[in-house]
Design a binder for this molecule. Structure first.
Ligand SMILES: [Zn+2]
Length: 267
């Protein structure tokens, strides 16, 4: 553990300036020293794809009332939900992955990281080629019938919208996006998988998450209490900085670009 990398400096001390290349090289070293690395990603990872954090001043909640994400609102007003969602919510799946998504997919392909647990619902990590992605809050890129559970793609849904403003299944069930609405139980299978991955990890990396929203914030704690090294990569301070072994206060896009460059250069 390198104490100087911690956030909490004694009063009056100035943090030494570190350049991003050094930070990137140190991060790669941590990855290479670990036999099992699990990554948790939050909203910060998708900001560079043009998806601001829901809670930021220009985020989704500044344009769409959080009420729209209540299960009861959806069930009572599916037409209104879908009208708003087609303009402002489901469109996030049409964005392009950014260097951080590509970095994580590449690290996974090269066997340097395992599961990617994500709080994001945009599906961009998978679009960048990642496989083992555990979505804690579901995804806006697929849909399911609430009655027979048949799965629908976004394209199939578009076709249904040509006939009706609410998509209905052949079985007459209402089709719902595969996101976890407020008032819905958390996806237990995803939670269990994430918990298992955290327990088994040697290195747990939290990227682009403020680590204050549950259930996401519990996984670094589980990993740490199971003996993992905890590394936090985020632009701002997080709710779990006090227990981190390594903190990288960086701009994610730039940091990821540096790591990709080091990998390309054979470093
Ligand atoms: Zn159905």
């Amino acid at each position: 553990m390198e104490q100087h990398r911690k956030n909490a400096l004694p009063e009056g001390q100035v943090r030494p300036v570190r350049n991003t290349t050094d930070e990137a090289a140190f991060f790669l070293k941590l990855l290479r020293n670990s036999h099992k690395t699990v990554v948790l990603t939050g909203a910060g990872v998708s900001v560079a794809s043009g998806i601001p954090d829901f809670r930021s001043p220009d985020g989704l909640y500044s344009k769409v009332s959080p009420e729209v994400f209540e299960l009861d609102f959806f069930l009572d007003n599916p037409a209104e939900y879908y009208k708003i969602a087609q303009e402002r919510i489901h469109t996030m799946a049409d964005r392009k992955p950014n260097p951080t998504h590509f970095l994580l997919s590449r690290l996974q392909r090269e066997g340097m990281i395992g599961e990617i647990i994500t709080q994001n619902i945009d599906g961009l990590q998978q679009r960048a080629g990642a496989k083992d992605v555990i979505e804690l809050h579901g995804s806006v890129s697929s849909f399911s019938c609430m009655k027979c559970h048949r799965s629908y793609s976004k394209d199939e849904l578009e076709k249904l919208f040509e006939e009706s403003e609410v998509p209905w299944c052949n079985c007459s069930g209402l089709i719902k996006p595969d996101i976890v609405f407020f008032g819905e139980t958390l996806p237990i299978e995803a939670i269990n998988r994430a918990e298992r991955a955290a327990i088994d990890s040697e290195l747990f990396v939290a990227m682009g998450s403020s680590l204050v929203v549950y259930p996401a914030a519990q996984f670094p704690v589980i990993a740490k209490s199971s003996g993992a090294i905890l590394a936090i990569v985020n632009r701002d301070s997080t709710g779990l900085d006090y227990m981190a072994d390594n903190i990288f206060n960086v701009t994610l896009e730039e940091f990821s670009g540096e790591i990709l460059a080091l990998l390309d250069g054979g470093t």
